[in-house]
Design a protein around this ligand. Structure first.
Ligand SMILES: Cc1cc2nc3c(=O)[nH]c(=O)nc-3n(C[C@H](O)[C@H](O)[C@H](O)COP(=O)(O)OP(=O)(O)OC[C@H]3O[C@@H](n4cnc5c(N)ncnc54)[C@H](O)[C@@H]3O)c2cc1C
Length: 422
């Protein structure tokens, strides 16, 4: 017998975007639940060892408003985050990005506090099984290790990062063929680092020389060696391992994890000897999940293109913005391919709407974007902005008694303006 629940909105996947959708909707009076297979919110932002919100600012000033700004400010206030402007990327120092560095463990706590305070009902360790859309609402089933559940709701948000929900609803999705998928990375953290010495090294030409040396000797599997100091600590996270596998093939993914984990000790021995400031350091954490950059995207009412971003096209239904360049972790050349974009670009609401479905939105990296546009917009601050706006769109649809594809561009953008600007 399935346990029965009723909500206005169920967000499947309380990750980087989904958590923001849930908080935004709940604060707007929507009875909201999150079904999350992990035992914490934040997804990649908290579980994969990442410590840097890329392009959280534009031209050395914070870019985002709303709950995103509120959360970033709270983290800065708590001493667990700080802005760093125009930081060069290790894979190409000519590319400089405004970032918010943060402690992911603290983000877990603060995000959850905000969700609970906002009235979101959390279902952790709960995984989606089936979903269907009906004329007046949706039904989904899920399970925890101990229970089977059935949720009825008016609206759904797919925050799974891989369009799992929309696929189960019968929506069309697009997957990059395995050999062209962006490479994955298992992040790890080292402690007891002399940050001053490391900082001088990161900003010197010696970083490039060390990458070339490490890559030529076969220790580094890609031309990247990214160190991120974690605010409020002497810890540094490393984005360096590389693995190529089809993320939907369990056996291949497990082999990829083994491959990435096997790179960590050789890399650590290399950097400990080669990089100033790491002499006394030790490995203090290996991320519990591997970071899969690629993912299924939905066939949306509008498929965002790189040209849209490059030309900073303004859509009548703009719901989010970003300024991160295209960044392809190329499986063929083992390099990172960059295309710098000229300014702040936009994401339309139609890119969150799966063709043929009416009561569900894709928040997060599974939204409808072509491959090269995806490689730019997938970063966390943009996904948070998309997630938050998706939550507000549901609130507006509920208030107006409409389906999600019945919202007019003008009414939605006016409502978002009110929400973001108070
Ligand atoms: C290696 C790597 C490095 C990166 N580096 C950076 C960086 O430095 N800075 C930056 O800004 N961005 C970076 N990114 C990009 C960024 O982290 C992600 O694109 C972004 O976090 C995606 O957000 P999301 O909400 O779409 O997905 P996620 O954060 O992955 O959230 C998806 C959530 O859905 C849950 N879920 C999935 N399926 C189900 C299901 N069936 N049932 C229930 N729950 C489910 C998951 O557990 C997860 O919590 C990086 C990504 C990778 C992989």
């Amino acid at each position: 017998m399935k346990k029965q629940y009723a909500f206005d909105l169920v967000v499947v996947g309380g990750g980087t975007a989904g958590a923001f959708s849930a908080i935004a909707a709940a604060r707007s009076g929507v009875r909201t639940a999150v079904v999350e297979k992990n035992s914490y919110l934040g997804g990649m932002a908290t579980g994969s060892g990442l410590t840097e919100m890329n392009a959280a600012g534009f031209q050395s000033a914070p870019l985002y408003q709303g709950i995103e700004k509120e959360l970033f400010d709270a983290m800065i206030e708590a001493g667990c985050a700080e802005y760093h402007f125009a930081v060069p990327m290790s894979s190409n120092p000519d590319v400089k990005i405004d970032r918010l560095r943060y402690n992911p463990e603290m983000l877990k706590v603060l995000l959850e506090e905000k969700a609970v305070e906002s009235g979101v009902t959390l279902f952790y360790d709960t995984e989606l099984d089936t979903a269907r859309e009906e004329e007046n609402g949706c039904v989904l089933t899920a399970h925890s290790p101990y229970e089977e559940m059935e949720f009825s709701c008016r609206y759904l948000i797919d925050g799974t990062g891989n369009a799992d929900l929309i696929r189960k609803l019968g929506g069309e999705t697009i997957k990059t063929e395995a050999e062209n998928q962006l490479v994955a990375t298992l992040m790890f953290r080292i402690s007891h680092v002399d940050l001053e010495k490391l900082d001088a090294f990161i900003h010197s030409a010696d970083l490039k020389a060390a990458i070339a040396e490490g890559y030529e000797s076969g220790i580094l599997k890609g031309k990247i060696l990214a160190f991120t100091p974690i605010p409020g600590s002497q810890d540094v996270s490393l984005n360096v391992t590389r693995a190529k596998f089809d993320y939907e093939d369990a056996e291949a993914t497990s082999a990829g994890l083994v491959e990435a984990r096997s790179q960590i000790l050789p890399v650590f021995e290399f950097v400990k000897k080669r990089v100033p400031g790491l002499e006394e350091s030790y490995i203090s954490n290996i991320a519990p999940m591997i970071g899969v950059r690629d993912g299924r995207r939905i066939q949306a009412r509008y498929m965002l293109t790189l040209e849209d971003l490059d030309q900073m096209v303004s859509f009548p239904d703009d719901i989010a913005c970003g300024c991160y360049p295209m960044d392809i972790h190329d499986p063929v050349t083992n390099s990172v391919i960059w295309k710098i974009l000229p300014g702040v670009y936009h994401i339309p609401y139609r890119s969150l709407q799966p063709v043929g479905l009416h009561r569900v939105l894709a928040a997060g990296k599974c939204l409808g974007a072509e491959k090269k546009a995806f490689a730019a917009i997938r970063v966390m601050p943009i996904m948070m902005n998309v997630g938050e706006s998706a939550g507000y769109a549901v609130a507006l649809a509920l208030r107006e008694g409409k389906k999600l594809d019945e919202l007019a561009a003008e009414e939605l953008t006016a409502y978002l303006k009110e929400k973001y600007n108070g």
